[in-house]
Structures are given as structure tokens and as C-alpha cells.
Design a protein around this ligand. Structure first.
Ligand SMILES: Cc1cc2nc3c(=O)[nH]c(=O)nc-3n(C[C@H](O)[C@H](O)[C@H](O)COP(=O)(O)OP(=O)(O)OC[C@H]3O[C@@H](n4cnc5c(N)ncnc54)[C@H](O)[C@@H]3O)c2cc1C
Length: 463
């Protein structure tokens, strides 16, 4: 149900003054800093304040939208001209069942908070995105996937139950066995059905704080796709990095990285489970602080510069292929977080990401075309990431039996218009190959279209 309807249907009880939280008009940005909105922002601390904020929005005739950490690249957590209720203050880890391996958390608890709590207990989160800063509520609302999507599915498959504040102001607990339909629509429902207040998630038992890593060099896109496909059953994580500047026979060349959990009897079992073992490195070679990287890289934030960086990465990574090595869970999963504020390299225009989900049999053709289109329009992705996916049973699923290619682009005066054209061409590719779009990465208003469509469907037809 649309947030407008959510506002209209919410109960109208008299809220005590302690339950009213102040709002103010603020400019909010998508994570990529390309999309922004001006909205009335509420930051409730308590559930009463959350209900109070929703009631006040109703009185003021404002549509309501929820926001976690605002780590979605584009516009999915923005609500131009309406209200945004930031639920990141709901950040208590309610309990962790050390024996059963289940964490019960409020929606604003971040991935970072939770791994810091559970790694010393011998657990990891079953599914994480490429950054540790999103909230669990936001991750479930978008049903995020990790580099292990083929093996374990999206995060929703690990949620035991969640509590939803519904449009009628009720708190409904739903799971695979209770209120199943609501559960399957809420997970991945982008907050359209209400606010996920808290949730219980099954954790992954780990015996070590390290993963066994291996990389393979692939000369072109076909090889990358075949390699990922051939490793998907035997490895817990498989992900490919593509050099989107390579062309001709080398188009789509890249490095495929695999990672496996360590078994109980492994020599590194029991090690790496302290928080400090998982802290991301702050220095490169012990000399250069990583926080300086954005400044050092800024002069390379051009087509030529990024082409050189991609080429250098391919050759450096190719040098270590085949050798196995060990990396912390955080080091592997949250590589980009180890460079604080790396996205500022792309200011003032920001960046956007487009992730194409394409069925397996068309992936090579579609991704070849996606890379060729970049050359035709002279806008290149400085980072291309390839993953293997499978279907899941959620109502608003973006996944399929196939691959996704996530492409990051810098937005600036030269690229802005061309990027609009390029993304429209990507839309056409998705349509013609029966692919799917992932709203968490969208920057072009799909969420607003969806909300409007749902509102229309819920409005009784006039006779
Ligand atoms: C560097 C980087 C890497 C990433 N890698 C991946 C990846 O590998 N895989 C992947 O799937 N995603 C990835 N993402 C995307 C990110 O994980 C998702 O967009 C995630 O949803 C962000 O969570 P958030 O708390 O910031 O939510 P927000 O961005 O604030 O909100 C996202 C959506 O959830 C809704 N929402 C938030 N909280 C609630 C709530 N409590 N109840 C109901 N609705 C709510 C909002 O209304 C909005 O529609 C990445 C993002 C970044 C920046």
C-alpha cells in the first residue's frame, strides 16, 4: 500500500506531548549524491514518537516515507515535498541467542553494529551488501543480496520473523508461517506496506574470522561468466570484477574472486574472532593513510584516469591469481569501506549505479551490448561487478536465475545527459531480455511510479 494511504489509514489517537518529535525541512541525498530531495524530516526515538510523527504527517497532509542509513544509491529513500521518517535511532540489539544463532534487532541496527556483536560469539551475518553501514530494516525492506546470492539467497531467506507497523496502525508479526502473504510482500517491499519495527534473523555459524580466498583471471566476458557459473556450487562466495574499458577480444575481461568459510579443524579456526581482527586497515603498506586516497585519486577521475586504474588493477590482480590467501570477513565483504569517503572523488556531480539482472541464457549477449553502448556514448563505468543469482519466492523479487552486472558511473557536466540516454538503453536491454531492475540502485523515479500505481489501485473507482 502506498505511503499516502498509509498516512490516511493510520489511527488518529491523541498522542501525548512526550511522543511528539520535532521535524524540520532538510535536503536529503541518495548515497550516490546524484539524487536529492527536500523533505520534512522526523527522527523519532521511541515507537510512540514514530506513531506521533505519522499522525502529525496526516494532519499536515504529508505523504510518509521511511529511511534507514540512506545507503541506497539513488532515490528510493527520498520523498520530495513529503515527509521522511528516519528510523535509524531504533538501534538496539534486543537479544542474541548464542546457542540457536538468532539475533533480534530493532530496524535501525546497522550491519556494522551486528557483526561487532556476533563475530566474537562465532557468528557472521548470512547475507551482507558491499558496505557495513546500512540498517537491517533498510536491508530487509530492499531484500538485499550478497556475493553469495546463488548459495544462500537474499537476506529475506534468513529472516525468522518481523514486526510491521501497518497502515491501520497495528503492529503485525509476520513470518513464513504467520501472515505469510504480508511477510512475502514486506521483505523487498521498499517500505510500501509500512515500517519494519524489529526483526529476528538467523545467523551464520563461523569457525574463524578468516575466509579462504582465491582469484582467477578471465580474458573476456564469456570466460568471466563461465568461470563464475562453474564455481557457484563449490564456493560460498563468487564475484567478478570487470574492466569496462577493455574492448575487442578482451571486452569484459576481469578477475573472479572466490571465498570460502573455514572448517572447524582448520589451523585458523578460532582465530580472527576479535573485533580488532576485523577492523578494516587504515593504512596502505603502513605508510599512506587510506583516508587520503580520495584526494590522491581525484586527478584520475576522468575517462583516461579511470581507464588506467582499471588496467593497472587487472594486471596487478592477474599477478596473484591462483594463489590462495586469507582475508577477514569484513576485508572481503566491505572492501570499499576501507577507503573513508571514497565517493567524494566524484563530487560535485556524484555517482550512480545501474544493476542489470539478466537471465543466464542471455547474459553474455546483453552484457556485451551494455559494455558496447558505453563506448558508443563515451561514458564508461569505472567499476563493473558481476554476480550469479537465483530465483527467490518474494512478491517483489528482483532476482532471477542468471547474472547481474552492476555498473558505477561518475556524473559530471560531460556525462549527465549521456548517462540519461545510456540508462534508457539499459532499460530497453532489460525489457528485451526479460531481465529485472533492482530498486535499491535506481535513480530514475521508479519508486515514485510504483507508489503512484499502488495508490491508484487502492483508490475506489468513482461511479
Ligand atoms: C557501497 C555500497 C554497496 C552496496 N552493495 C550492495 C550489495 O552488494 N547488494 C545489495 O543488495 N545492495 C547493496 N547496496 C545497497 C544497500 O545495501 C541497500 O540500498 C540497503 O537497502 C540500504 O539500507 P539503508 O538502511 O541505508 O536503507 P535506506 O537507503 O535508507 O532505505 C532503503 C529503502 O528501505 C526503506 N526502509 C528503510 N528502513 C525501513 C524500515 N525500518 N521499514 C520499512 N522500510 C524501510 C526505505 O523507505 C527505502 O525504500 C550497496 C550500497 C552501497 C552504498
Amino acid at each position: 500500500m502506498d505511503s499516502v494511504i498509509f498516512v490516511q489509514a493510520i489511527r488518529t489517537t491523541v498522542i501525548p506531548s512526550s511522543a511528539v518529535c520535532k521535524s524540520r525541512k532538510e535536503a536529503l541525498y541518495g548515497w550516490g549524491m546524484y539524487n536529492f530531495c527536500v523533505a520534512e524530516v522526523y527522527r523519532p526515538d521511541t515507537v510512540e514518537q514514530l506513531c506521533g510523527a505519522i499522525d502529525e504527517c496526516k494532519r499536515r497532509g504529508l505523504s510518509v516515507w521511511f529511511r534507514g542509513s540512506g545507503c541506497s544509491y539513488g532515490d528510493v529513500a527520498l520523498n520530495q515535498g513529503g515527509a521522511v521518517i528516519d528510523v535509524s535511532q531504533f538501534n538496539k540489539i534486543i537479544s542474541v541467542d548464542k546457542v540457536g544463532g538468532v539475533a533480534h534487532v530493532e530496524c535501525g541496527v546497522t550491519i556494522e553494529q551486528l557483526w561487532k556483536m556476533v563475530v566474537p560469539l562465532g557468528y557472521w551475518l548470512p547475507v551482507v551488501p558491499g558496505t557495513m553501514y546500512p540498517t537491517l530494516g533498510g536491508c530487509v525492506a530492499m531484500n538485499i543480496h550478497g556475493k553469495n546470492n546463488w548459495r544462500v539467497g537474499p537476506i529475506g531467506e534468513h529472516i525468522e520473523e518481523l514486526r510491521l507497523l501497518t497502515p491501520s496502525g497495528e503492529f503485525v508479526t509476520c513470518s513464513r508461517s504467520a501472515n505469510t502473504d504480508l511477510f512475502l510482500k514486506t521483505v523487498g517491499g521498499a517500505g510500501l506496506l509500512g515500517c519494519i519495527v524489529d526483526l529476528k534473523m538467523r545467523l551464520k555459524k563461523i569457525h574463524s574470522g578468516f575466509l579462504e580466498m582465491r582469484s582467477l583471471s578471465c580474458g573476456n566476458l564469456k570466460e568471466c561468466l563461465e568461470t563464475i557459473d562453474s564455481l557457484k556450487e563449490s564456493h560460498h562466495y563468487v564475484v567478478g570484477w570487470l574492466d569496462c574499458y577493455a574492448r575487442g577480444d578482451r571486452l569484459g575481461r576481469g578477475i573472479v574472486h572466490t571465498a570460502n568459510y573455514l572448517e572447524e579443524g582448520h589451523p585458523l579456526a578460532g582465530r580472527g574472532l576479535r573485533i580488532e581482527d576485523q577492523e578494516l586497515p587504515r593504512w596502505i603498506f603502513g605508510i599512506v593513510p587510506r583516508k587520503l586516497i580520495p584526494k590522491l585519486v581525484r586527478p584520475f577521475a576522468s575517462n583516461l584516469g579511470m581507464c588506467l586504474i582499471n588496467r593497472a588493477k587487472f594486471f596487478i590482480d592477474s599477478y596473484v591469481v591462483g594463489k590462495s590467501y586469507y582475508q577477514s570477513h569484513t576485508g572481503f565483504n566491505f572492501l570499499l569501506d576501507s577507503v573513508p569517503n571514497w565517493k567524494t572523488v566524484f563530487l560535485p556531480g556524484g555517482l550512480l549505479q545501474y544493476q542489470l539482472f539478466i537471465p543466464k541464457k542471455h547474459a553474455e549477449e546483453a552484457f556485451t551490448r551494455a559494455i558496447e553502448l558505453q563506448r558508443e556514448l563515451e561514458v564508461f563505468s569505472y567499476l563493473g561487478v558481476l554476480k550469479r543469482h537465483r530465483e527467490d519466492g518474494f512478491a517483489r523479487s528482483y532476482s532471477l536465475n542468471g547474472f547481474s552486472l552492476a555498473l558505477d558511473f561518475a556524473v559530471n557536466k560531460r556525462t549527465a545527459t549521456r548517462l540519461g540516454t545510456l540508462c534508457r538503453r539499459f532499460d530497453e536491454l532489460i525489457e528485451s531480455y526479460k531481465g529485472k531492475v533492482y530498486l535499491a540502485k535506481d535513480s530514475f523515479g521508479r519508486i515514485q511510479v510504483l507508489r503512484a500505481r499502488l495508490a491508484q489501485a487502492a483508490t475506489p473507482a468513482k461511479t
